[in-house]
Design a protein around this ligand. Structure first.
Ligand SMILES: Cc1cc2nc3c(=O)[nH]c(=O)nc-3n(C[C@H](O)[C@H](O)[C@H](O)COP(=O)(O)OP(=O)(O)OC[C@H]3O[C@@H](n4cnc5c(N)ncnc54)[C@H](O)[C@@H]3O)c2cc1C
Length: 701
């Protein structure tokens, strides 16, 4: 690293200076306390460009730009829990107590604070997601319990059902009288929903469905709210209709049914239903996940959620959708809201973690030049390298998920087919990409805070454990990314057959030929800062990579198809397909970030956003520099210039890191880690473990 910076210094007497510096730098490694000349090191790090530093950020203006239109309701959530210390989750708590506390938190939110999220699931999804993010920052178990109640159980009733279901269940779901579950996953089948085995057989004599678990592999597993609190479950099962042929029954595919599981008055589990507790988990222990087995459980025909398919009194099936696959896609399609919520909540987790790590890194001092004060650990290039691209990513994801939420809201009101398709793919991709990134970053943040990052009170343990499963539920990330890749391939095929392309993927239509031609031998060598910081260059680089990946995987799939068939060919190219999906999602994120920079009305905030957007883009290019070099998109000199610029931008961002995390506008009662308090952090930390304040100690002696 240092050698690379030293390249900038040319000739002559300076070589001796360089030698001395190298010696000092080496000494620094052996005996850190003996570092001689930090200011020189700083200059080397910045490549002498300190004059261009952005030194001030208008935090208020930036925060206003970021906060979106639903910050007020988030503040209402924060304020409510701030005034109710009895509802705050202690660091150490048993599973049973945590579940009860989580239930009291949810009841308090709805009945005492008067925040009724359910109506927003349909009417104003953006407001619903804003509440979800705020509630998650109180306790992620609470966020998930609320999500199970309103997006999963409630969402399935209103999105998969019809007016009669809405009329009957809306109020009870809204006021928590009808606590419910979403029972899709089984012991043997999670990702492969079409493999579900639970059956719902229509009995024309009694006009009922009979729900059965045919074998132990079909036990509903992991069902939130089932172990303790749920009264109802939306159960996903194969709808079987009696026929008059030899088969006797016809499988109409997976449908959703409302099944009461506990008595509304006594809370006893109803006959024919067996419930067991999935037990203590790695995280989210405030949520009571359970397993359900059904033995000839009878429910009225009306309990079929019949928006996409219905059964008449005489046992005739009807649907506007012609095939099982189309009905299945429509059913699952209504559930994408959960993914949108997880993607934006995951950004909320990332913001909290980055805020704690950066505030502490600014406070914490270790080592320094001889006879000079110690320096903040954020002044170390390595700490900047860990945290500054992460801060830039938190901003990038913020704008990308805001735009996803907006698009989802439009989809809910317009039902426009093109937007529906776009939201499905985008929600799958962003959920997968953002949650994977956040999960990895939580460990980096913990490590960046050293030993104090390991204290449970400083939050990284809970954040990491609670968030980890975001990568799996609402669709396993690896499976979701394949949906993105499949969609890109579909669009690619359409392009070459002359079809139109959906909005988000427009760049494929506009630029495929440009990106698939050989890179210009002159521009691959351009290394000037203005060029590298030009959004057009950055977007071109991202899209070039995606287009190449898309074209090469299409060729490979085609080749393997002949010998391996569709499934085998897909599996042979799977890693390639996943890289393609991630690359595409990164392009979408960057495009949204660039748009957000350009739309920012206040100059000072725009400059700060431009800086972190450049860092986001160039850091991603640098992380994948092997690919860019392999295809000669960048020449060696340009690769080196990108690396230098990433370090320089990280250094610049470091100078405004405090303001950038302040602009997230997360109050201390949300971040909560004593080491990240905005004042007296060390004092708050020492008091947490039991030491008195210095004033109190003095008064007692
Ligand atoms: C805490 C918690 C709460 C939950 N809450 C609910 C709930 O309320 N209701 C509900 O119905 N479900 C719930 N679930 C279940 C959750 O939705 C499933 O766990 C999830 O869908 C993944 O399914 P799976 O566990 O069967 O994993 P699997 O599908 O078995 O995946 C295991 C591994 O195999 C890989 N894999 C699978 N298929 C492929 C493929 N095609 N290509 C490449 N790799 C593949 C995956 O990437 C993964 O690494 C919950 C789970 C947990 C842990």
């Amino acid at each position: 690293m240092e050698g690379h910076n030293l390249d900038q210094i040319q000739t002559g007497d300076e070589s001796q200076t360089i030698a001395r510096r190298v010696q000092r730098l080496t000494l620094h490694l052996i005996a850190p306390i003996a570092v001689a000349d930090y200011s020189n090191l700083q200059l080397l790090t910045c490549g002498g460009r300190a004059k261009k530093l952005i030194n001030n950020v208008n935090t208020g203006a930036l925060s206003d730009y970021m906060r979106g239109k639903y910050r007020d309701i988030q503040e209402k959530v924060y304020d409510y829990f701030n005034t109710r210390p009895d509802l705050q989750t202690p660091i150490e708590i048993s599973t049973d107590q945590h579940r009860q506390l989580c239930m009291r938190q949810l009841t308090g939110l709805v009945k005492e604070a008067g925040i009724r999220p359910f109506r927003y699931v349909l009417e104003d999804p953006a407001k619903y997601f804003a509440i979800l993010e705020a509630v998650g920052s109180v306790d992620f178990s609470l966020g998930i319990k609320m999500g199970v109640q309103y997006s999963l159980w409630g969402g399935s009733v209103i999105n998969l059902g019809t007016k009669k279901h809405r009329d009957k269940y809306f109020d009870g779901i809204d006021n928590l009288e009808y606590l419910g579950c979403f029972a899709m996953t089984e012991l043997h089948h999670g990702s492969n929903v079409q493999g579900l085995q639970t059956v719902a057989t229509f009995d024309p004599i009694t006009d009922e469905f009979v729900i059965d678990t045919p074998n132990d592999g079909a036990i509903k597993w992991w069902i939130g709210n089932a172990a303790v609190h749920g009264k109802f479950a939306t159960v996903f099962a194969k709808l079987m209709l009696p026929t008059h042929d030899v088969k006797g029954l016809s499988d109409m595919g997976v449908h959703a049914f409302i099944v009461p599981i506990r008595d509304l008055r006594t809370h006893q589990v109803l006959p024919g239903i067996e419930v067991h507790d999935c037990g203590h988990k790695i995280g989210l222990n405030g949520v009571d996940n359970g397993a359900l087995r059904f033995r000839s459980v009878r429910i009225p025909r009306d309990n079929l959620l019949n928006r996409f398919g219905d059964v008449s009194r005489d046992g005739k099936y009807s649907s506007n959708l012609p095939t099982i696959n189309k009905r299945f896609a429509a059913t699952l399609g209504e559930l994408v809201g959960g993914r949108v919520g997880l993607a934006s909540s995951s950004v909320g987790v990332l913001k909290i973690a980055v805020t704690i790590a950066i505030r502490y890194s600014l406070l914490r001092q270790q080592f320094g030049p001889p006879k000079q004060p110690e320096i903040s650990i954020l002044d170390y290039q390595s700490q900047q390298h860990k945290l500054m691209p992460m801060l830039a990513s938190a901003y990038a994801f913020h704008f990308a998920t805001l735009s996803l939420v907006d698009k989802y809201s439009v989809m809910k009101s317009s039902h426009d087919d093109e937007i529906v398709g776009d939201v499905h793919t985008l929600s799958a991709g962003l959920k997968a990409y953002v949650t994977s990134y956040t999960a990895k970053s939580l460990s980096v943040c913990r490590e960046a805070c050293g030993g104090h990052g390991y204290a449970a009170v400083n939050r990284f343990g809970t954040l990491r454990n609670d968030h980890d499963i975001f990568q799996t539920f609402e669709g396993d990330n690896t499976v979701l990314l394949q949906q993105v890749a499949a969609d890109l391939l579909k669009k690619y095929k359409e392009k070459f057959q002359g079809g139109t392309l959906a909005v988000t993927w427009n760049y494929l239509r506009d630029s495929m030929s440009k990106y698939l031609s050989q890179p210009n031998p002159v521009t691959v060598r351009w290394e000037g800062e203005d060029h590298l910081r030009d959004p057009q260059f950055q977007l071109d680089a991202f899209r070039y990579r995606t287009s190449r990946l898309l074209q090469t995987v299409a060729v490979r799939l085609n080749k393997h198809y002949k010998t391996l068939g569709g499934f085998g060919a897909w599996n042979r190219c799977l890693n390639h397909l996943l890289t393609l999906a991630e690359s595409h999602i990164e392009s979408v994120i960057l495009a949204k970030f660039i748009e957000a920079v350009q739309s920012c009305p206040e100059e000072n905030s725009r400059a700060a956003l431009k800086l972190i957007c450049d860092l986001y883009a160039l850091d991603r290019i640098w992380k994948d520099i092997g690919t860019y070099r392999n295809v000669d998109f960048v020449a060696p000199n340009k690769a080196k210039a990108i690396h230098k610029l990433v370090e320089y931008l990280s250094f610049q961002v470091k100078n405004i890191a405090k303001e950038l995390v302040d602009a997230f506008d997360l109050p201390d009662n949300v971040t909560r880690a004593p080491i990240a308090m905005q004042s007296e952090a060390y004092a708050q930390y020492t008091q947490f473990v039991g030491f008195q304040t210095q004033e109190a100690t003095a008064a007692n002696t």
